[in-house]
Design a binder for this molecule. Structure first.
Ligand SMILES: Cc1cc2nc3c(=O)[nH]c(=O)nc-3n(C[C@H](O)[C@H](O)[C@H](O)COP(=O)(O)O)c2cc1C
Length: 142
């Protein structure tokens, strides 16, 4: 017999990433979990409409997804607790740019994905953004 679970979503635990976008010309970081794969070369992210990062993604139609290492757990939590509306998060990491020139990526993250906004699907509180993932950078420790 199956038991009905009283949860909203069973897809937990979730991975942790950072999304990074330029907002008003400065990098801003958001801790994020709601990331998916679509048609292999695309990814999807689910972002609450009120996020500061959302302004930058719309402005530039570009952003990055960065996969942190365990050493960066403190910074991950900070970026997930505080909004760029209230604090300046632009100096937390050293950023670099790729092909687009408008999607900052985090130097200290082992994996970076530079993404170009392709499509937006509107939900009442969130937007599901589909991105063409352009470039993957991996830091190999030797
Ligand atoms: C582990 C974790 C995962 C999160 N995942 C998401 C997410 O997928 N989408 C989202 O909109 N917010 C997510 N958040 C919340 C944002 O990171 C948080 O509200 C952040 O302060 C927003 O920053 P911003 O306003 O500067 O963009 C997550 C927070 C944490 C701690």
């Amino acid at each position: 017999m199956k038991t009905k679970l009283g949860v909203k979503n069973i897809l937990f635990p979730l991975p942790r990433f950072w999304w990074e976008a330029n907002v008003n010309g400065k990098p801003n970081y958001l801790a994020a979990s709601h990331v998916g794969i679509a048609a292999m070369i695309h990814i999807t992210i689910s972002i609450r409409k009120t996020r500061f990062t959302s302004i930058g993604i719309k402005e530039n139609k570009a952003f990055s997804v960065n996969m942190p290492s365990i050493e960066l757990v403190k910074e991950t939590d900070y970026c997930g607790l505080f909004s760029g509306k209230d604090v300046d998060k632009s100096q937390i990491f050293k950023s670099f740019y790729g092909t687009l020139g408008t999607a900052p990526m985090i130097e200290s993250c082992p994996i970076n994905m530079e993404c170009k906004l392709k499509q937006t699907i509107d939900f009442p509180t969130h937007e599901l953004l589909s991105e063409r993932s352009l470039r993957h950078t991996a830091k190999i420790n030797t």
